[in-house]
Design a protein around this ligand. Structure first.
Ligand code: MSP
Length: 633
């Protein structure tokens, strides 16, 4: 017996067409988490794969004039390579539900549950949503359509095997109630509890009329329902039946990362299957939000998809990974736009991170012949060291809570602090004062060291940049442990190697100088305002004390902001972009003399400043904290 293994899964994808940015999102997040745990020295099992049975796949294959297996095999091969290989998905196992190891598990589970009376034969009469492969009773339909996806459903009446889910309703409610970490985020947990409390029906788990699935062992005219088959993949990949010793180390899974539309399958059907098998339940089912295109979920069946490979070709691997990991807010939906990807890459990676590295190597060359000097005592570097220590812990805490985007936000903030710090220390001025040589050494050391620390912190998220950074810093290019991100470990005397920019700025039509010049020509008479006009706007610093959801308004948050004198209520259209807990305590810039308006029955007394591009928004905040009420001008 070895150490217990940290086991994370993605959903297994339907190979009913090539995968898109939405699917890549789940997989890249799981990959970053797996890489992080490996860096922490834990044994990890990271599994992804494909869900190859079901009526939808059978129909697609027929249309393509191929056998179902031929049809899926071509797509699966492309998912493995080039898709996951080019995104550097570090999976340990790729499971296909058409593999013999999986057939064996599914049939054995079915037989066991049948023998124990949890599966019985009856007649199914109801509705079936083909794109979702899900069963619905009349009462659950919404306007005659699938309540999950809103698409038409078809009537089904056939002999079927049923899984006695109803038996486990109370046990399931009790488990969810006593394990707050089981379904995350909490909003999904509440939805699932409401669903369970409304009453659980037995589930039809076999189909007749088509053959593309795993046959019911005792009655091969029936194929096993594709979700019953698919969910069992998590056991197959853990070594259930095939390798009991391995299974003892890997099971239960730590995290099933899934899109929010399939939380119900994972947090109700799946745990009940496990309860019936008397196996421990997974620790956490995390239902993340969707990548939207405009207002709609990106999906194969809607056809509004973006190919991740095209983005990698255009913008590079790390830019795409960074964007996916950082831009979709933790647990919520996020809109995909190419503009936002470009903005993120230019601001966070080219400007902030890239500049920090090139500035560091350039200054070490200029002021110390390219050699990293020692850190002297009695320095101010504690500020940076403290900040690194804080971010080190914050990243750990975020990753343990699966808040990948928040972890990257903390790292991005550290990059900005380091850039600001090096500017404030004015190394060029220190260099003119020989008596301040030690201070200059400290600045140079700190720059090299913070770049080294960042290369460690970024290792789970980015592929090429950490190595390139370490190459330029002149240190061992591979990172072995997260603990290397402790401040103070730079090998003194190392010679840096200045190199190409880490992330070249992405020039677009809008940002290219040609276009900019043209715009100026056209703008003959700019719409100037006078300083007096500007001074009419009373801009002040405030602190958000409370943020609340406005019922029935998807985009609005009700904020209570302290402006130095009183608490004002401000209704702001930023709900899609911020979590409540990220706002509370934030300092903001507010327009204090804006005429109050009624919004959704709430009197809004001002507004917050925020920058935005389509699909991305950022509230303006002072770079250092200020007393509330301070004037901004
Ligand atoms: N085969 C089932 C899962 C079985 S798991 C035992 C399935 N497959 S799927 O191909 O339709 O989608 C799988 C997953 O892809 C979603 O749950 C989600 O994790 C991811 N996404 C698909 N579209 C997405 C977005 N637009 N945005 C984010 N994730 C998306 O369901």
């Amino acid at each position: 017996m070895g150490n217990p293994v940290w086991y994370i899964t993605t959903p297994i994808y339907y190979p009913s067409g090539d995968l898109h940015v939405g699917n890549a999102y789940t997989t890249v997040v799981a990959d970053a988490l797996a890489r992080y745990h490996r860096l922490q020295g834990e044994p990890v099992l990271f599994v992804t794969g494909t869900d190859e049975h079901g009526q939808k796949i059978a129909k697609n294959a027929e249309v393509a004039g191929l056998s179902p297996l031929q049809y899926v095999s071509e797509i699966v091969a492309r998912i493995q390579d080039p898709l996951w290989s080019r995104l550097h998905i570090s999976y340990d196992d790729f499971i296909r539900t058409t593999e013999p190891r999986h057939y064996r598990v599914v049939q054995s589970i079915f037989s066991q549950l049948e023998a124990e009376g949890d599966i019985y034969k009856g007649v199914y009469e109801g509705w079936y949503c083909l794109p979702d492969e899900s069963f619905w009773t009349e009462s659950k339909l919404v306007d005659g359509h699938c309540p999950d996806c809103g698409r038409p459903v078809e009537k089904v009446r056939q002999e079927s095997y049923f899984f006695r889910m109803n038996r486990y309703q109370d046990a399931m409610i009790a488990h969810i109630e006593s394990h707050p970490e089981f379904i995350q985020p909490a909003s999904r947990r509440n939805e699932m509890l409401a669903f369970l409390r409304a009453g659980l029906e037995d589930l039809s788990i076999s189909r007749t009329g088509f053959r593309w699935g795993i046959p019911v062992p005792s009655d091969p005219d029936h194929v096993i329902y594709v979700w019953f088959d698919a969910l069992a993949n998590y056991l197959t990949a853990a070594g259930y039946l095939s390798d009991p010793e391995r299974f003892a180390r890997t099971w239960p899974a730590d995290v099933h990362l899934v899109g929010k539309e399939i939380v119900r399958f994972h947090s109700i059907i799946w745990p009940i299957m496990l309860m019936a098998l008397k196996l421990p339940l997974p620790r956490t089912i995390f239902g993340h939000g969707w990548v939207l295109l405009g207002d709609t979920k990106m999906s194969k069946s809607r056809g509004n998809v973006v190919d991740p490979l095209v983005l990698i070709d255009r913008y590079g691997l790390d830019a795409v990974r960074y964007y996916l990991l950082k831009e979709v807010p933790f647990g919520a939906d996020g809109s995909y736009t190419e503009d936002a990807l470009i903005l993120r890459t230019n601001v966070d990676l080219a400007n902030d991170l890239g500049n920090l590295l090139s500035r560091s190597t350039a200054m070490i060359e200029r002021f110390n012949g390219g050699v990293v000097p020692p850190l002297h005592a009695a320095s101010d570097s504690h500020v940076l060291a403290d900040e690194v220590a804080r971010v080190y812990k914050e990243v750990e805490a975020c990753m343990n809570r699966l808040e990948v985007s928040v972890a990257l936000t903390a790292i991005a903030a550290l990059i900005r602090v380091a850039n600001n710090d090096s500017e404030e220390q004015q190394p060029w001025a220190l260099a003119r004062q020989p008596e301040r040589r030690e201070e200059l050494d400290n600045v140079l050391y700190n720059l090299a060291e913070v770049c080294r620390v960042l290369s460690v912190l970024l290792t789970p998220f980015l592929i090429d940049a950490p190595t390139a950074m370490r190459h330029q810093l002149g240190i061992d290019e591979s990172v072995h442990r997260y603990q290397e991100a402790v401040f103070g470990g730079f090998p003194v005397g190392t010679r840096v190697r200045r190199g190409d920019p880490l992330f070249p700025r992405i020039e677009t039509e809008a940002s290219s100088p040609k276009k900019a010049a043209k715009t100026v020509e056209v703008e003959e008479e700019p719409n100037w305002i006078s300083i007096e006009d500007f001074q009419k706007i009373d801009l002040r610093i405030g602190t958000v004390k409370r943020a609340e959801i406005v019922e029935g308004a998807d985009r609005l948050l009700k904020l209570t902001v302290f402006d130095g004198e009183h608490d004002r209520i401000i209704v702001s259209g930023i709900r899609q972009y911020y979590k409540i807990e990220d706002l509370e305590g934030q300092q903001v810039v507010l327009v204090a003399n804006l005429k109050p308006v009624m919004l959704r029955g709430i009197r809004s007394e001002g507004m917050l400043l925020a920058g935005s591009v389509p699909g991305a928004l950022s509230v303006v905040t002072p770079s250092r904290s200020l007393p509330e009420g301070a004037r901004v001008k």
